[in-house]
Design a protein around this ligand. Structure first.
Ligand SMILES: [Zn+2]
Length: 344
């Protein structure tokens, strides 16, 4: 048995919320008649594709990576992803790949913030991507499930889990229409999730509903007002530009508008969104960064300075509003009435 025991899956139709029945090739909703296929071993509960690829193109890409991963390592599969993806600027592909491979190292701070000292909690990684947090959480004994709207990334996450000998539930779905029952999880991580959503409000409401009363949320996001380069575009000051000027600037520098489907969020915007969804104890901080991330001597020095600035109250607020990435922690009220919102 692996370090964690996966949640025993019981899924709801993401469209009509009826229980779905398992069939040979997927799941069937007896109420609305929809079927949801299992592709590359992963249940695909999407009602619509993400904004980058059509459903057919996305599934074809996932299957291509799945075939590649049979004879190659996780790291090689990540490299292959960027080799066959032509809408990532070459200048950024290497940085993105490095980020993917380091995902597990970054997870320690997420776990200590979200589930400090508590083992074996039912957890969801909403927008799990290549599975760095999922692997770290499963290894630490948490019952984590990974959800992402990109099947192609879940295939890569599955390869990572296979290499680690871990058995974790991965589900392809839109977080605004998840296939899980209400109050399934005690903790939800949404690492760089909200900025990728077309609208933050339905996502926040869905996460609120998925949490059990008293459950905790940790969300992180790039900060639109950062004085450092924006983490996705690698460019300075873009959050201060009007949208059209920003688009032209990113196009001119990167050849592709890497921010075209991204919302630029500020700490205040995400805080207001969490509060409107019903969360309490909403707290903002600059992103917690582990000293163990490593890298060059200069990078380690910068991380040391960042961590020192983060602990002092005044510089903590300064880093929150001007630093590259912030985090939000919040709790679902213990006495919440889970059906007070529409659950469609
Ligand atoms: Zn249905």
């Amino acid at each position: 048995m692996s370090a964690s025991t996966p949640r025993s899956p019981s899924y709801l139709c993401p469209a009509c919320r009826a229980s779905v029945a398992r069939q040979d090739a997927g799941y069937h909703c007896p109420q609305c008649g929809r079927t949801f296929p299992i592709i590359c071993g992963i249940a695909d509960f999407r009602l619509a594709p993400d904004r980058y690829l059509s459903l057919a193109d996305e599934r074809a890409k996932a299957e291509r990576l799945h075939r590649f991963a049979r004879d190659h390592s996780f790291a090689e599969t990540v490299a292959e992803y960027y080799r066959i993806t032509d809408d990532v600027p070459p200048a950024m592909a290497e940085r993105y790949a490095r980020n993917v491979l380091a995902g597990e190292n970054r997870a320690s701070e997420v776990l200590s913030t979200l589930v400090a000292g508590q083992g074996n909690l039912p957890m969801l990684d909403a927008g799990c991507g290549a599975g760095g947090l999922v692997v770290a959480a499963a290894r630490a004994g948490h019952r984590i499930s990974g959800l992402d709207i990109a099947l192609r990334w879940l295939v890569i996450a599955a390869k990572r889990l296979e290499e680690e000998g871990l058995d974790v539930e991965l589900v392809c779905a839109d977080i605004a229409h998840p296939p899980f029952p209400e109050a399934t999880f005690d903790a939800v991580a949404a690492i760089d999730l909200f900025e990728h959503l077309p609208d933050t409000a339905p996502g926040a409401t869905a996460l609120y509903q998925l949490l059990a009363p008293g459950g905790r949320l940790l969300a992180t996001s790039a900060n639109r007002h950062t004085l450092a380069p924006h983490p996705v575009a690698g460019l300075w000051g873009i959050g201060y530009l009007p949208a059209e000027l920003r688009r032209r600037y990113v196009m001119a520098r990167r050849g592709i508008d890497t921010l075209r489907y991204l919302q630029l969020l500020s700490p205040r915007m995400l805080k207001n969104c969490a509060k409107r969804a019903g969360f309490e104890q909403v707290r903002l901080d600059p992103l917690a960064v582990s000293p163990a991330i490593g890298g060059s001597a200069l990078r380690r020095l910068a991380i040391g300075c960042y961590r020192a600035l983060r602990t002092a109250p005044f510089t903590n607020r300064l880093l929150l509003h001007l630093g590259p990435v912030f985090q939000l922690t919040a709790r679902k009220p213990v006495a919440s009435i889970s059906n007070q919102r529409n659950s469609t």
